[in-house]
Design a binder for this molecule. Structure first.
Ligand SMILES: [Mg+2]
Length: 382
């Protein structure tokens, strides 16, 4: 019996150059721009959230595991203790609700093609104890379907592509699974879709597949004695979930994972919400996936595009940062609490994401130029 179909990975990845020479497969492209940077000063220590050191002390691992677990008392205290009313207000001033400033957002899109990027867990579906049950409501699915009628739309998730597709079940979307390491175009869709898009667009880590399979099997065996540990094969990364592991066993689990990982120098470990993740050392993340998709859509070097990325994970920060650095489009962080983020705006929870998607469609429909069947596809880069 395999323990699979879990997950809600989120971890910290690294920035890297987008592959040059990737041609415009779809009707669309990205520009350069001014820098941005991290904003806000909330949340738990960033150092704890980055890649774990293989040579580090196990205690440091466990502390990091606690710190990145939102339901853990210490982490919760860290999150809730920080924002005074004043600082919470200052955070919301910096990252206003995307619903509150909706008109401001749409005014930025004049003459530009909006492209939507949506994380799945915690953005389109609620975070639940059993990630297998993180289903998307029919209402949310309808909202995403409507958005995709007007704007190219991609799901960007830590889950493997097949799993996230099984939840979303909309063939007209782009899917970037395994933190963007497995990208595929829409299986159907008359507008901004070409025949080529039906093929897998990009799998920058394909050479790691046998290694990932192997370490998955090893980890399954090694973690068997630890009750509650769940190992998930996400195709391009392996996730070890400790959500259901007694905290007293976290150090044993960390020790097992570390000892296995030592045999695989080409893999690295990152962590997210109650999950340790093993992934290829290649520098690829959701931000790179976003750039790749924009390029594939034909927006490689133009300014007539407004990418909007909505997500709640730390991994989504890579995408927020890409948008901030390009000075193009913006990120929307889904969070009820102030957090350090590169996103420009905020929404509190998936229900607000749905409201935002509805508003976007209503706004587009009301626009005199609303033509669901004809997205402006650039024929050349300016
Ligand atoms: Mg998420």
């Amino acid at each position: 019996m395999t323990k699979k179909n879990v997950v809600v990975p989120e971890a910290v990845a690294i920035a890297v150059p987008v592959p040059h020479g990737s041609t415009a497969i779809f009707p669309y492209p990205p520009p350069r721009s001014n820098g941005g940077g991290s904003t806000g000063s909330f949340g738990i220590g960033r150092k704890l959230l980055t890649q774990l050191e293989l040579g580090g002390r196990i205690n440091a691992w466990v502390e990091s595991m606690k710190a990145s677990s939102p339901t853990h008392a210490k982490a919760a205290a860290a999150l809730t203790a920080v924002p005074s009313l004043e600082s919470a207000n200052s955070w919301i001033m910096k990252h206003p609700s995307a619903l509150e400033v909706f008109d401001e957002i749409t005014s930025q899109s004049k003459g530009k093609q909006i492209v939507m990027f949506l994380d799945y867990d915690g953005t389109l579906s609620p975070i639940v104890d059993d990630p297998d049950l993180a289903v998307m409501s029919d209402a949310m699915r309808a909202a995403v379907r409507n958005v995709a009628r007007y704007f190219p739309t991609a799901i960007v998730s830590g889950r493997c592509r097949d799993k996230v597709y099984n939840f979303v079940r909309l063939a007209e979307l782009y899917y970037a699974g395994s933190h963007g390491m497995d990208i595929k175009g829409p299986a159907k869709g008359p507008r901004y879709t070409k025949a080529k898009s039906k093929a897998v667009l990009f799998q920058p880590a394909s050479e790691f597949l046998p290694m990932i399979d192997e370490i998955y099997k090893v980890l399954l065996e090694k973690t068997k004695p630890i009750p509650g540990a769940r190992v998930e094969n996400n195709k391009f990364c392996v996730s070890v979930h400790y959500r259901c592991v007694d905290e007293k066993r976290w150090s044993s689990l960390a020790e097992e994972v570390r000892s296995v990982l030592k045999e695989y120098p080409k893999l690295r470990l990152t962590q997210g919400r109650k999950v340790l993740e093993i992934r290829p050392t290649i520098k690829w993340d959701k931000g790179k996936a976003l750039e790749f998709l924009l390029e594939s859509l034909g927006f490689a070097n133009c300014n007539n595009v407004l990418p909007v990325y909505i997500g709640d994970d730390r991994t989504d920060e890579d995408a927020f940062k890409v948008l901030r650095d390009r000075g193009q489009g913006f990120g929307i962080l889904v969070s009820k609490l102030p957090k350090e983020t590169n996103a420009s705006y905020s929404l509190q929870e998936p229900s607000e994401v749905m409201d935002f998607l509805h508003r976007l469609v209503e706004w587009k429909r009301a626009s005199p130029k609303a033509r669901p069947k004809s997205v402006n596809i650039p024929t050349s880069n300016p």
